[in-house]
Design a protein around this ligand. Sequence first.
Ligand code: GDP
Length: 295
Amino acid sequence: MAFESLSEKLSAAFKRLRSKGKLTEPDIKAAMREVRMALLEADVNYKVAKEFIARVTERSVGAEVMESLTPAQQVIKIVSEELTALMGSESRGIHINSKPPTVVMMCGLQGSGKTTHSAKIARYFIKQGHRPLLVACDIYRPAAIDQLKVVGEKAGAPVFELGTEQPEVIARRAYAHARDHGNDLVILDTAGRLHVDEELMAELGRIKEAVPVDETLLVIDAMVGQDAVNVAASFNEKVGVDGVVLTKLDGDTRGGAALSVRAVTGKPIKFAGVGEKLDDLEVFHPDRMASRILG
Ligand code: GDP
């Protein structure tokens, strides 16, 4: 299960804290050292973990005594609030334009879950009464178009493709097609590579010049941990990212990506992928994720 080891270690640290009754500053600092180790072992970015601990320690040491909580409960409450803040505080999803169509560009490395999540997001919006159009902009793998057609059909969304035409041309024609056919949401499934590369970044840039992209969503695989966060930072720098779709949270991810991506890139996690089925998509709620981690 995701975050299992992190949850266990945090709960062990808090158990020791609870056994103390009145807390001294050294008690809090000792507990925070344990929390810091747990975060680092969960593959949280070093700087993110360090700053997190500094904030929690400062607040905990200076915390006013609240009648209703024991000192340990207060520290745990502060950890919970700071974990939530670390992941972005509020839940977002994506904003649908009042003037259709809204254009969403899905990007990310190969295998991160772009195609699957293009269809999941289409399905999510179909359920809310929208009419998405899925667009096959990955022209390098013939199987990619077929895969999008298969998941598109399952999701109940039409798929626009022009074979191996240039991706920006496909995007432009898909946009016109959507306007003509009453599709209020255009979801562009773009090509991925094994690594961040300049050619891919340039291609994504051309797509953004060709159509008015409202949301560039970076799809990242939670299992990849901190590396995924580095990928996110590069995409954000080169293409501009509005939010993250964090996939494979159903696996046994240690949690590093979920906890670091927002702090490192400044971009919120908007959706979480929690399985291979098209309904396995959740709007990301930082507070719920923090509760899940804290058990
Ligand atoms: P793409 O290359 O980025 O388009 O990635 P795909 O959409 O083809 O996904 C790669 C693999 O990951 C496929 O086998 C998907 O079924 C699987 N996958 C995608 N999202 C999830 C998820 O949230 N959970 C799990 N367990 N598997 C996923």
